[in-house]
Design a protein around this ligand. Structure first.
Ligand code: ATP
Length: 364
């Protein structure tokens, strides 16, 4: 079966002189029925990418295929996709049912089928009993469900969502994330979801494309982007990460040794093709680091001073100043074995070698 959506070498520049390269060459393959997110900071090109899939923007170069067919030059209303926006764009003078039925009426769908389809989708988005309400009588979350139902009732093969939960408060947004995932699973439609919120993308998606500066830096499942980031940018953007860099001093089996001075030594898995003596860039997640009062005898040991202690309930977050990296963040689960540390304490940091994630040297 053809993939639902394919982007091949897609580029987009705005303006003729001083052109802004919003998307600089994106290749993506999105499977049928997948919940796929485009994730990245403001201005990275995710909305432009989504709008090109919808047909609202024409690519400057490249090709867009929907279910195997080239749609690069096909207008939006002839593409079998629908889009949901952050501001819902409901018709204020129509009630819930009529808002949802609007598209079917325009297509002149027969009454019996219209009733059945609208009823089914109202059930899926759990608005049964609220069919006669006007948009102003609904909460933000309920309005978003109407917008979703209105887009899904036409049975598009893919639904494109641009920050659809952006206007909701945190609690409601978290509830709607779980709801959206359930709805997507129930209807089985391909969802392409744009967000700058990494926890939102990780919660809902089968796969995530992390974008930066008009390019996809990594496209993988949530666990892989968190645990095996391809680039320092991905490591920093997804969750909290400590990014270190220092020259290696020796190779010991499949580990690199980084002797910083007579006392401090770091060990990392050797990246392919590394030349001893050149810098190694690696990240360690805060929850993988242990804070000790005494220098460990084996493994990595980095000297530091406790600068900040923040109690977070289940865990405590420490900021430790080191010579190699000014602020090293450490998360420690709270429990009977928790470290009893104070600001200003001299400490040692260590972590299992396999939890240091190295990056291959940039291609030159
Ligand atoms: P945000 O989350 O802030 O919407 P984004 O990742 O979705 O960001 P885009 O909206 O795709 O980013 O914008 C990418 C770049 O293209 C930005 O530099 C933006 O200013 C520029 N851009 C987007 N639309 C236009 C336009 N119509 N004309 C000129 N420049 C544009």
């Amino acid at each position: 079966m053809s993939p639902a959506i394919e982007l091949v070498g897609v580029e987009k520049s705005f303006g003729k002189t001083d052109a802004v390269a919003a998307v600089r060459g994106v290749d993506l393959t999105i499977a049928d029925g997948e919940f796929f997110s485009l994730l990245g900071p403001s201005g990275c090109g995710k909305s432009t990418t989504l709008r090109m899939i919808a047909g609202f923007e024409d690519p400057t170069a490249g090709q867009i295929r929907l279910h195997g067919a080239d749609v690069t030059d096909v207008p939006p209303h002839k593409r079998d996709v629908n889009m949901v926006f952050q501001n819902y764009a409901l018709f204020p003078h129509l009630n819930v049912r009529d808002n949802i039925a609007f598209g079917l009426r325009r297509k002149k769908v027969r009454r019996a089928e219209l009733d059945r389809r609208v009823g089914e989708i109202i059930d899926v988005v759990q608005l049964t009993g609220r069919e006669r309400r006007m948009p102003r009588e609904l909460s933000g979350g309920q309005q978003q469900r109407v917008a979703l139902a209105r887009a899904l009732v036409n049975r598009p093969r893919a639904l494109l969502l641009d920050e659809p939960l952006g206007a909701l408060d945190l609690q409601l947004r978290q509830n709607m994330q779980i709801e959206l995932k359930r709805i997507q699973r129930e209807v089985g439609v391909t969802f392409v979801y744009v967000t700058h919120d990494q926890s939102e993308a990780l919660t809902m998606s089968d796969r995530v494309a992390v974008m930066n500066n008009g390019l996809v830096e990594q496209c993988a499942d949530p666990k892989s982007v968190y645990e095996s980031p391809d680039t320092p940018f991905v490591a920093q953007f997804i969750g909290t990460s400590n990014l270190f860099s220092a020259p290696s001093t020796a190779l010991a089996g499949d580990e690199l040794v980084l002797d910083l001075n007579a006392d401090e030594r770091l060990l990392v898995p050797a990246p392919a093709g590394h030349a001893v003596g050149s810098p190694v860039t690696f990240t360690v997640r805060p929850e993988k680091i242990t804070v000790l009062k005494d220098a460990p005898v084996v493994g990595s040991r980095l000297r530091g001073t406790v600068e900040e202690i923040v109690y977070l309930g289940v865990s405590t977050s420490y900021v430790v100043r080191t010579a190699l990296l000014e602020n090293v963040v450490v998360f420690e689960k709270n429990g009977p074995d928790s470290s009893l540390l104070s600001r200003g304490d001299a400490v040692w940091l260590t972590w299992p070698t396999e939890n240091a994630h190295t990056f291959n040297p940039p291609e030159t």
